[in-house]
Design a protein around this ligand. Structure first.
Ligand SMILES: C[S@@+](CC[C@H](N)C(=O)[O-])C[C@H]1O[C@@H](n2cnc3c(N)ncnc32)[C@H](O)[C@@H]1O
Length: 252
């Protein structure tokens, strides 16, 4: 585990990022130059939920932020309902503001995934537990291993856990190749969609900084092994673009 000094440093940095409403406003309004990749990533989460589209399923989004992923699932599934859990009060406030049209089907709960106590704040069981871009934020990388077990315990039979996240390239040279491939892909997208008026470097330079500390990404193979260890079946990486992934598993 992290020592108490690094834990308090992490806590201070959290207060300046996800704990700060100014930071969150900047983060949520950022132009999103990774949007074309993120869109496919999110679509893959929606498509991997195994239930029929009109089933009244109950969803839990962990590290939900303002609930963008949960809201996308609810817009796709007219009879579904969602609970969104996040540690940041400011994010949850934004979630309530941005999802007024879904207010009868979505609720926001404050809780930190850093310890297993979060389980007590979400009541009952779920058909699908989903997450996006959140589970790499832990100060202690092994924490995800235990979260997978905690999640398995609250998933109903026929349910699933789907995580859209970032992983670590398995070697330094692969990491560099991935970075270049992603930037070339996005640069072409920005040039084409702007009719040649701008490029990725300019869009990036114009985006406000939303740096929020080092990311503690895991290795994909290890994440999948932890899912199997937790009890999930049909575990796989369902989609991958460089170091951006969608992986998960099912409960029979
Ligand atoms: C990059 S944002 C992603 C938000 C959302 N899932 C999305 O894709 O828009 C990361 C989120 O993780 C949340 N987070 C960070 N540490 C957390 C923790 N220990 N417990 C719960 N949420 C946490 C932050 O508050 C933030 O909302």
């Amino acid at each position: 585990m992290a020592d108490s000094n690094s834990a308090s440093t992490a806590d201070a940095s959290w207060q300046q990022t996800w704990g700060s409403s100014d930071f969150i406003k900047r983060w949520a309004n950022k132009s999103g130059w990774q949007a074309p990749i993120r869109e496919v990533q999110m679509a893959m989460v929606l498509r991997m939920i195994p239930h029929l589209i009109d089933e009244p399923i109950r969803i839990l989004d962990i590290g939900a932020g303002y609930g963008a992923l949960a809201a996308a699932v609810l817009r796709d599934r007219p009879n579904a309902s969602a609970v969104c859990l996040d540690a940041s009060e400011a994010m949850l406030k934004l979630g309530n503001e941005r999802n007024r049209d879904l207010k009868d089907r979505i609720s926001f709960i404050q809780g930190s995934l850093e310890t297993s106590d979060w389980i007590k704040s979400v009541e009952g069981t779920f058909d699908a537990v989903i997450s996006a871009r959140a589970l790499h934020h832990f100060t202690e990388n092994q924490r995800r291993r235990y979260i997978f077990k905690e999640v398995y315990g609250i998933i109903r039979d026929r349910g699933c856990f789907i995580n859209a996240d970032n992983v670590r390239a398995s070697t330094k040279s692969l990491g560099e190749r991935y970075r270049r491939a992603r930037d070339e892909y996005l640069d072409q997208f920005v040039r084409e969609s702007s009719g040649g008026k701008t490029n990725l470097a300019e869009v990036r330079a114009a985006s406000p900084s939303t740096y929020h500390g080092p990311h503690n990404n895991g290795y994909l193979e290890e994440e999948l092994a932890w899912l199997r260890e937790a009890g999930f079946e049909d575990v796989d990486c369902f989609w991958k673009f460089t170091t951006m992934v969608v992986y998960g598993g099912f409960k029979s």
